[in-house]
Design a protein around this ligand. Structure first.
Ligand SMILES: Nc1nc2c(ncn2[C@@H]2O[C@H](COP(=O)(O)OP(=O)(O)OP(=O)(O)O)[C@@H](O)[C@H]2O)c(=O)[nH]1
Ligand SMILES: [Mg+2]
Length: 229
């Protein structure tokens, strides 16, 4: 087997294992919830509401992993954002965010490469908030973004889920702003009764010693939203 083919087999099987692990986790969680429900229904519901699921999607290289790694850092922590080397997410990453007051936010970031995008739908179930990261400095793939968002909006499992669209890479000259991204993606045509949509400009460029204020704003919005969904 040639090197490329071998690599492909390893990557694909890694993703399939990832998706299977996720499916197993959900089955376990369902069983655990139904076991909890026996005689303790109210307590179990209360516990359920203490964890929220945020799904982070977007095309490859839009900045999802970089964003998530910054969102979960301690605010005062220095020398944070280490490398600008691109390491694509081949499956998914899960991490948690908590401020002690709001529910714990479990952040699921799924890889954005075309080969991984077809597995996105496996992660839709039980999503409380959807974050969609757009590389606002790259005009060339916005039509792909439009199609991906359309198909997300058409999925019943995401019905009425609030959507936070991030126009990322604002540090790059010529990056489209929130208003332009909103127009290009036709976000204003989404009925507010089906989805609450918010667009924020962000920059997650590695190399800074402090978390950028736009990332802190995303964290704040997520924690606030998670208390209301
Ligand atoms: N200029 C600039 N570069 C950024 C910014 N955010 C991330 N990058 C760079 O963009 C590249 C891709 O970032 P990732 O966070 O790995 O992208 P991703 O969306 O997770 O990509 P996949 O995992 O393949 O879906 C990396 O080289 C980052 O250093 C930003 O705000 N500005
Ligand atoms: Mg990634």
């Amino acid at each position: 087997m040639g090197f490329k083919l071998k690599a492909l087999v390893v990557v694909s099987s890694g993703l399939v294992v990832g998706v299977c692990t996720y499916a197993a986790y959900r089955t376990w969680k369902k069983r655990q919830n139904s076991a909890d429900d026996e005689g303790f229904e109210d307590v179990s519901k209360l516990e359920e509401s203490l964890e929220k699921k945020v799904l982070v999607l977007g095309l490859d290289r839009s900045g999802k992993s970089t964003l998530v790694s910054q969102i979960v850092k301690d605010v005062g922590q220095k020398s944070i954002i280490s490398s600008s080397l691109y390491k694509p997410t081949e499956g998914f990453n899960v991490t948690s965010l908590s401020d002690g007051a709001s529910p714990t936010v479990n952040i699921w970031e799924i890889g954005g490469k075309e080969s991984v995008r077809r597995y996105w739908a496996k992660f839709f179930q039980d999503t409380d908030i959807l974050v969609f990261v757009v590389d606002a400095s790259n005009n060339s793939n916005l039509s792909v973004v439009v199609n991906e968002i359309k198909s997300l909006l058409g999925d019943a499992r995401l019905a009425s889920v609030p959507i936070l669209v991030l126009a990322n890479k604002q540090d790059v000259a010529g990056a489209l702003g929130a208003e332009q991204i909103s127009n290009v993606l036709d976000l204003k045509s989404i009925p507010s009764r089906s989805h609450q949509v918010k667009v924020l400009e962000t920059q997650t460029k590695p190399g800074s010693s402090e978390i950028h204020p736009t990332v802190l704003e995303v964290r704040k919005v997520l924690l606030k939203l998670s208390s209301h969904v």
